[in-house]
Design a protein. Structure first.
Ligand code: URP
Ligand code: ZN
Ligand code: ZN
Length: 488
């Protein structure tokens, strides 16, 4: 039992002074002068903000890459998440080409279940298309707690779907009440441009950036948003990295498309100049897709849109590749595993670049780091809210904490921290996951396997309300005509 005393509760829609009593992993009471059993541990939360723990709906732990896997598994990855104030992650099952979705899902569960230190859910990527895939999407939603499917418009030859396949997946998502998540880049363009650059002798990390100009992120985002609007399927654009992609999302919203945009820690804080660094190790650490943009105005622009709900939530796209894994692409950038980290830094980055700049209120901070994800993935108010009956997944945020992000102190297993040197004001003093104190001033107290799999139901009201109403209004019928006149 735990009593959080003297803090200020911050939800997405309210702020108030109150104590919070926790028992059996759940918030049992919120108020003043709460009567608690004598053995209750009391945390003094004077000066702290009591907020729902972060929900990072975009991570890749232990993701297979070529002949190995990303270096943060579900233990070190969730440990890093908790260290940064994130108490729930949603990872991506990525089936191999031709592989059963259910088999891939089982594999991911077997990797995660015994290792996770915090609660988690799974999205499933659709990397190929057939009637079996269509069928298995149904099983995953009805029996395995999956309500979101990711499609790739890039990584041609192993993950990318073509337009008719996208059409089929979006249509199936709509039928099932699931969300279509999209990695939006034009894979055909990237392939051609990469060949050209390699022929010119540009083989280093900068070639990756040059092969993926932001216009092609914008073009693919436009294709995805257009398809989503025409099919009446909700679309979630993962890792929004550019002004071009963000502008397309804003245009889609204006047309009434149900679309969500997710910038990540890296796109809100960094610029792509790192990819030109003379030290190859440094440059390679910043390689991800779509790339971190060179335009220095992009991070602040994305934060401005996040502030006014034209972008909606944040993720990290945590995908921890070591220097030796990146070295696979030393003499050919197309062979380098893509990915940056951020599961540990996302909350601090959003606070520093959003709240500290006067763009986000603490309430909006809660919304874009936790509540909106809870609503989109249909686990609200169990998650994403400090309220009686909700899971006791909390972060006690200290606005006066000052830290410099660094590889010297981070939890992730990678050697280089892409946020190195960023001074963050505000950070997690205590983190509570499933009612247990996992971070306190003494350090980390995590347990492998303490997290649970959280099933996500389809037809989230937050996402599907407008979709279902519009569906009822749809009238699709041809024109009845009299037979053509007989010719002599
Ligand atoms: N983003 C990236 O470069 N790596 C992770 C996989 C993905 O999200 O596309
Ligand atoms: Zn992606
Ligand atoms: Zn990703």
């Amino acid at each position: 039992m735990l009593l959080i005393k003297g803090g200020k509760v911050v939800n997405a829609d309210e702020t108030f002074q109150a104590d919070v009593f926790i028992e059996d992993g759940v918030i049992k009471a919120i108020g003043h002068d709460l009567v608690c059993p004598r053995e209750t541990r009391v945390i003094n939360a004077d000066g702290l903000l009591v907020m729902p723990g972060g929900i990072d709906a975009h991570v890749h732990m232990q993701m297979p890459i070529f002949d190995s896997a990303t270096v943060d598994d579900f233990y070190t990855g969730t440990r890093a998440a908790l260290a940064g104030g994130t108490t729930m992650i949603i990872d991506f099952v990525v089936p191999k080409l031709g592989e059963s979705l259910l088999a891939a899902y089982d594999r991911w569960r077997s990797w995660a279940d015994g290792k996770v230190c915090c609660d988690y859910s799974l999205h499933v990527a659709i990397t190929w298309w057939s009637d079996v895939v269509r069928e298995e999407m149904g099983v995953l939603t009805k029996e395995r707690g999956v309500n979101s499917f990711k499609t790739f418009m890039a990584y041609k030859g192993y993950l990318m779907l073509n337009d008719p396949e996208l059409y089929a997946v979006f249509s199936r998502c709509k039928e099932l009440g699931a969300l279509a998540m999209v990695h939006a880049e034009n894979g055909n363009f990237i392939e051609e441009k990469s060949k050209e650059l390699l022929e010119m002798g540009i083989v280093g990390p900068e070639g990756h950036l040059m092969s993926r100009p932001e216009e092609i992120e914008g073009e693919a985002t436009n294709r995805a948003v257009t398809l989503g609007g025409l099919i009446n399927c909700p679309v979630y654009i993962v890792h929004v990295m550019s002004r071009s992609a963000a502008d397309v999302i804003v245009q889609g919203l204006k047309r009434g498309v149900v679309v969500y945009g997710e910038p990540i820690g890296a796109s809100l804080a960094l610029t792509g100049h790192h990819c030109y660094h003379a030290d190859w190790r440094h440059a390679a650490a910043y390689i991800m897709s779509p790339p971190i943009r060179e335009d220095p105005s992009t991070p602040a622009y994305l934060m401005d849109l996040l502030a006014c709900n034209l972008l909606h939530t944040t993720g990290s796209d945590h995908c921890a590749c070591s220097v030796s894994q990146k070295a696979r692409g030393y003499s050919n950038f197309t062979q380098m595993p893509n990915g940056v980290t951020g599961v540990e830094e996302r909350m601090s980055i959003v606070w520093q670049k959003g709240v500290r700049t006067g763009k986000l209120t603490p309430n909006r901070f809660v919304e874009v780091t936790s509540t909106t994800n809870a609503k989109i993935f249909n686990v609200y108010p169990r998650k994403g809210r400090v309220s009686v009956g909700s899971d006791a997944d909390l972060v006690l945020w200290d606005p006066s904490m000052v830290r410099v992000l660094s590889a010297k102190t981070h939890q992730t297993r990678v050697e280089i921290n892409v946020f190195e040197g960023i001074e963050c004001h505000g950070g997690p003093k205590y983190v509570i996951a499933g009612g247990k104190v996992v971070v306190d001033p003494e350090g980390l107290h995590v347990t492998a396997g303490a997290g649970r799999f959280v099933p996500n139901d389809c037809f989230s009201d937050f996402v599907y309300n407008r979709i279902e109403e519009r569906e009822k209004l749809k009238v699709t019928k041809g024109v009845e005509r009299s037979p053509p006149p007989k010719t002599a």
